[in-house]
Design a protein around this ligand. Sequence first.
Ligand code: NI
Length: 133
Amino acid sequence: MLSNFSFHHVGYATKSIEKTSKVFQELGYTISDTSFDTLQHVKIALLKKKDSPQIELVEMIDETSPVSKILEKNGVTTYHVCYEVQDIELAIAELRKQKFVLLFNPVVAVALDNRLICYLFHKDVGLIELLQK
Ligand code: NI
């Protein structure tokens, strides 16, 4: 099912990009500038390290942030995997056939070069994010 999807990043929910990134930086990651995503109501930073999957830190701004419930339940945790796709609408249609539910229509993500993203949920898989190439 994921043959045309390429891994892009794993997403962490955090209450503090500063505190979480400090630990990753000690592990050899470099951090991008933090962006403020008004649509998703979160702050976002990306962590990179040679030969390692990219990590996205998603910080809640307040209780209305989509990650606030995840943080309340689990504390800092990974919560989504993002795949890059050639055609986001086609990929959504493909995942819907596999019983994924689209959480919202694609929106522009400031932290990811203003490319389109969306999230889908599957009860046996959890959250997947799609990123338009
Ligand atoms: Ni993400």
